[in-house]
Every structure is written in C-alpha cells, then in structure tokens.
Design a protein around this ligand. Sequence first.
Ligand code: AMP
Length: 475
Amino acid sequence: MSEGAAKKEEKPRRFQAIRGTRDLLPPETALWNRVEQTAHEVFGTFGFGEIRVPVFEATELFARSIGLETDVVSKEMYSIPDPIDGYERKLKFIEEELPKLDKRGDTLQAYLEEVQKEFEKYPEVEMLALRPEATASVCRAYIEHGMQQLPQPVKLYYMGPMFRRERPQKGRYRQFYQIGVEVLGGSDAPAIDAEVIEMVMTFFDRLELQGVQLDINSIGCRECRPKYVELLRAELLKVKDKLGPDSQRRIETNPLRVLDSKLESEQGIIATLPHIADHLCEACAAHYAAVKHQLEMRGVIYRENWRLVRGLDYYMRTTFEITAQGLGSQNAVCGGGRYDGLVELLGGPPTKGIGFAIGEDRLILSLQESGKAPAQQGRDVYIAWMGERAHATAIRAAKDLRKAGFSVELPPVEQKFGKALGQADKLGAKYALILGDNEVSEGLWTLKTLADGSQAKYTEPDLLEHLRKQKALSS
Ligand code: AMP
C-alpha cells in the first residue's frame, strides 16, 4: 500500500472535552453573563472592586494556605513542574551580578559561594498548580501589592475558573467557576461578617434563586479550636470501630471533617459528639453572638448548624454555607468564613480576613431547574433582501439598526423571499425587513411582524421610530 493510501484510511481523532470539563454554549451563556453582571452590580453597591488573579500559581501557595491534609491539596490539584522558571531566575541573577564582580573587591571564591547560595534558593524545578480556589491568590496579591497601605478593609471580588481533580458528577466538575469575595484588613467586627453574608443573600435574592438556606457556625480560634479538636478526637477514638475508613483516618488527620460525613451509618454516632458552640472561648462566643445579632438586624434568616466546619484549614470563627434547590446531593452554592491568620501565614502582616466563594455552575443549574433562566433571545430583525441595489441598502439598514441597539441578521447571499422568511422564523426573529427593488426605489421599506404576519411600509426614519416604540413597549 502506498503511503498516501495509508494516510487516507487513518481517521482523524475526534476530540472531546476532557472529563469533568465542558463547553458552555449559547443560549446558556446568556444566563452566565446575567449572573456575572448581577454580581458586578450588587457587589459594586457594597463598595467592592474586582480583582483578576492568575489561573496558576506556585503549588506551595495553595499547599501552605489550604493545608496539606485537605483533599484539595493532597489529591485534587493539577500541579506541574516548571523547569524554565528556576533556570531563568538563575540566569537573571548572573546577568545582574556578574558585571558588579569587579567592583566587589572580594575573591572569586567568595563570589562563587554567594552564587551557589543564591542558586539553592531557586530549585531547578518549581511546581506550579492550576488554582483550586482563589482566596490564597487574593491574599498573595494583597501582600505583593502592599494593599495594607490602602484604606482598610480592602474589599475585593473575583470570578473565574477553578480546577480540582474531583470525581465528576452532577454539579461537580474538574473545571468549575467561582464568584468570590474577600474582605482583607481592618477589624474583625461582627458587622463585617454579617454584611458579607447580607451581600451574598442580596445577590441570590436579585437572581431569584429558589430554596435558599443559609447555615452558620463558629469554629473558634487558635485558642479554643485545638482544645475542642482534641476533645472531639478523644470522643471519636472511643467509637472508632463504628466509623467508616474515611472517618477513621480523619480522627488522626482532621477530626473536624468527620462532622462533614454524609455516611448514613455514622449519623447516629455524630449526633452524640460534643458541639463546638459549647467550647468556644469567651471572645469567640461573644463574636458569634454578635454576628447572629447583626444578621437579625439586617433581616437575614439563618440556621445554626454545629456540624458546619468547612473543608479548608484556614477558616476560623464564622463559617457559613448556602444551599439552594434543584441540585441533588451537591447542593451547596456558596461557602465562606473568616480566615484571620491566612495573610500572616503567607508572609504578610497580621490581617483580618473574611470571604466566600459561590459555585457559579451550581448557581446556574439551580436557576435553570427552577425556570429562572431567560428564554433564548432571538434576533430583532432579519433583513430579507433581493438584488444588488437592495443589498447595499440592506447593509446600511443593518448598520443603522445595530447602532440603535437592535440585533440584526443580514444574510450574506441573496435568498428567495420564501426561504428568507423561513430562516427568519427559525432564528426566532421578531421582524423581517423586506428590501427588494420596489422598496429601494420608493424609499418605503416593508416590515413584516412574524408573530401575526402583518405587514406595513415605512420610511427609514419612521421604521426606526416604530421599532424603538415596540421595543420600549415590550421591555
Ligand atoms: P470551596 O472553595 O470548596 O469552599 O467551595 C465553594 C463553592 O464552590 C461550593 O459551595 C460549590 O458551590 C463550588 N464548588 C466547589 N467544588 C466544586 C466542583 N468541583 N464543581 C462545581 N462546583 C464546586
């Protein structure tokens, strides 16, 4: 067989989106845009500004902030070695330092030792990870840009894709989208916690999200939480045999996570465990009571849930989770809480912090399930033109109509009127603007309303005026 024939038989691979990732297509993307636009508007009214951080960072940033024992860091990160980076940094060091060698006046030996030391700082390979969440990145950016010099607190929000190697299922993807908020610096006044929660509830309300349920809890601070965790561990050890393998492992690694368990067989045992609310230190108890009071002042309805501990290590005191309807088992649309130690953990000054992240995919899913998704937007006007002269007029008409904000479909090639009208119908157009030789020479354009088949003639300015009026009436 000739080489050419072999090539012919080889069918090109049909690529598909990687498991756990997906394409978002129109008209669904219109809903995504509406959700994001609403976030910009609502968060703006609370004085928040948008931050855009990179999609990848040093793996260590996430490992250090989220915690090595968490599933996100231990199992779910997309981490790759980046050999170029260390090499380039070394090169840059040599380029900068070598010309200074003459002036240093020290021995070559001393110089080489210094170079060696400097090189050790930069490993050949730096691990980089696709971000599994953005709080760590926002804190890094806060430190990197000296945002502690700005009026405090700094109120930021972000939106974009996150990446976790999780088992895909409904509402759980490997590339998913979050809309998140961070308040950094200033005080840890309970009113800040309450206002952040009020803001996300306002956002959901504006979107008419259905079946919204807010759960809150306090998980204490560095003073009281370790004592509670020890107590919990001791209690769990007593019933270890009755727990599943995941929970048994967590007794050692992270006993709080046992409270997260959804295993039916463990529910009875978990119900008998001590509640953290009874073991908060005085300051945490007062803070928690004040947060609840502040929520009540804002008319925010909440439910206390002592088992709400959140998966990530850096949380302290206030934690909250919001669920919505129509999502099955993955029904959490928002998780958040206070993380006062995080900026310091990343090498910054002691900084108070609180934030949340909304799972945008799930938010959209819930809106769709409850019929809150907008109907597909059809074109306003389909221009059915025939003849070269009419084509020129049609191009001008399309320009003017689009300038006036109408969505216009201008077919690229001439069509018979019957076919054009059929096409207009398929695209869900409201009107067909019919432009033939007669219309062009008379200067009177025919507008057909597709819903009822009625037809009328207009001069160009009258047509625009008529369409404007109709649009105003229907909106
Ligand atoms: P977390 O960053 O884990 O606190 O998650 C915050 C929110 O992001 C959750 O309440 C979910 O709505 C959403 N989320 C987390 N992981 C995923 C995922 N794999 N797929 C879809 N949404 C997710």
